[in-house]
Ligand binder design. Structure first.
Ligand SMILES: Cc1cc2nc3c(=O)[nH]c(=O)nc-3n(C[C@H](O)[C@H](O)[C@H](O)COP(=O)(O)OP(=O)(O)OC[C@H]3O[C@@H](n4cnc5c(N)ncnc54)[C@H](O)[C@@H]3O)c2cc1C
Length: 442
């Protein structure tokens, strides 16, 4: 009987535990989580704060009691794994309630420790009311603060996924939102023309944008920006990114890669074959280029969990790499990306062409239709799709998923013309925008 120890009990950890149990009814599975909540939908947290989701417990998918009863998996909350002894195959665990430590042996160790919010070093930040939104207790703190203090204004630092989702949710609560973003555009993984549409949407909803800017000094509610502006905010939400939690791995001399994640092979094994790493902390490869890549999103954590479970239980299914397919709602717009963006194509000196297609989501005569902006990059020699970005009011999710599937399958722009996609007036047009982009390619 194998003994499997898992570090982290949220997206990757809880999923890999369940998957292993599905394939192996005998294994002993023990999972350690330093926080007080396991297996919750982190992605739903902005919507709980914004009031879209009203029951916080609906975000929690499982409890230790449920895992024990239904899956015979031991989950120990408020326990932090503090070191790994690779020679003895043990981990040292700190019980955060009693402050006592103990050792736990393993045959297989799976690391799914996620990441930590990055907090820029800014003079005076301690004097402000500042939050990050990484885990369930962060969510509860922000929610409690909003309910009790009724703040009127917020500065969000960082215009990535979490910053933008929070901008919408805070604005919906009547809070005046300003965003300070260091790069010259919001959502800097997108091409500038796609990102400009997101900025337009933010401005139309009263969000103030300070791009190419950062806070140089904070003093209570007063914030000085690099380009001279002075802002006032009741509170700050710091959402400038997440650094992978690699302390345990580093101490155990597991290899850390160029993305600062734990380097893994096709089966998510680290340089120690008994230790796997998945989720936000793991470094993988780009599906198209094979370059080192880390995508701190839920899909990779879940897919990797499945591959690890199969590998441990005797099936070798290689992880094929990451496209970084992602989507985000910003007020009335959906914003989605998959594959390579223009900056990466240029940086890698790849030969590419691009097609920009603006179209309606569905029949223009049907009352409920919206504009869609679609940009597709393709390889000039082979015409294979390399990357896509879609922004619009409706139907963005299905287009990005078709395009992600096209990249996965190695389809060309000519294949996009030929795809027989579903049509009726509420959903599309006889030539879907994806087909149209295919026809438009040179
Ligand atoms: C606000 C928010 C919104 C998001 N929205 C989306 C979305 O819409 N779509 C999407 O794809 N992704 C989204 N994500 C990202 C997604 O939630 C993460 O990619 C995913 O949770 C990563 O899974 P993980 O297992 O690697 O890490 P996590 O789910 O973060 O779990 C890691 C756990 O390990 C614990 N841990 C760390 N070190 C130790 C230790 N030494 N001992 C014990 N426990 C430890 C941590 O406390 C943590 O609970 C969102 C994230 C946030 C915060």
């Amino acid at each position: 009987m194998k003994k499997i120890v898992i570090v982290g009990a949220v997206a990757g950890g809880a999923t890999v535990a369940s998957q292993i149990r599905y394939y192996d009814k005998e294994a002993k599975i023990v999972m350690y989580e330093q926080d007080e909540t396991m297996s919750y939908g982190a992605c739903g947290m902005p919507y709980f704060i914004g009031g879209e989701i009203t029951d916080e417990s609906s975000l929690i998918a499982a409890t230790p009691e449920k895992f024990k009863k239904e899956k015979n998996i031991d989950v120990r909350l408020k326990h932090r794994v503090i070191s790994i002894n690779r020679n003895q195959k043990t981990v040292e665990v700190l019980n955060l309630e009693t402050q006592q430590t103990f050792e736990e042996s393993y045959d297989v160790l799976i690391l799914s420790p996620g990441g930590k919010p990055i907090i820029p070093k800014t003079p005076g930040l301690d004097s402000t009311t500042m939050f990050t939104l990484r885990n369930f207790s962060d969510m509860k703190k922000i929610n409690h603060y909003i309910k009790t203090e009724q703040p009127k204004s917020c500065v969000i630092v960082g215009a990535g996924f979490i910053g933008l989702e929070m901008a919408e949710n805070l604005a919906n609560l009547g809070i005046k939102v300003s965003i300070v973003e260091k790069s010259p555009q919001v959502m800097n993984i997108m091409d500038p023309d796609s990102s400009a549409l997101v900025e337009k949407e933010l401005l139309e909803h009263g969000v103030k944008l300070f791009k190419g800017n950062f806070i140089t000094k904070a003093d209570g509610q007063n914030l000085d920006l690099d380009l001279g502006e002075k802002l006032q905010a009741d509170f700050i939400l710091m959402s400038v990114g997440v650094s992978p939690s690699t302390e345990l791995a580093e101490k155990a001399q597991l290899t850390i890669g160029e993305t600062r994640g734990i380097v893994t092979n096709l089966y998510l094994q680290t340089n120690d074959p008994s230790i796997y790493a998945i989720g936000d902390a793991a470094e993988n490869i780009d599906f198209i280029t094979g370059d080192a890549k880390r995508v701190p999103l839920a899909w990779p954590a879940h897919r990797q969990a499945y591959i690890v479970a199969r590998h441990i239980t005797g099936d070798n299914i290689p992880f094929k790499g990451l496209l970084g397919t992602s989507i985000c709602k910003v007020f009335t717009q959906s914003v989605a990306i998959t594959g390579l963006n223009e900056a990466t194509l240029i940086e890698r000196h790849m030969k590419y062409e691009s097609v920009v297609q603006t179209a309606h989501s569905n029949a223009g005569y049907y009352p409920d239709h919206a504009k869609i902006f679609m940009k597709i990059h393709y390889d000039s020699p082979t015409r294979k799709v390399l990357g896509a970005q879609v922004v619009g009011g409706k139907g963005v999710d299905k287009r990005i998923d078709v395009l992600a599937t096209a990249i996965y399958a190695g389809l060309t722009m000519d294949d996009l013309q030929a795809l027989e996609l579903a049509y009726a007036p509420p959903y599309s047009s006889p030539k879907d925008p994806v087909n149209m982009a295919g026809y438009r390619a040179k």
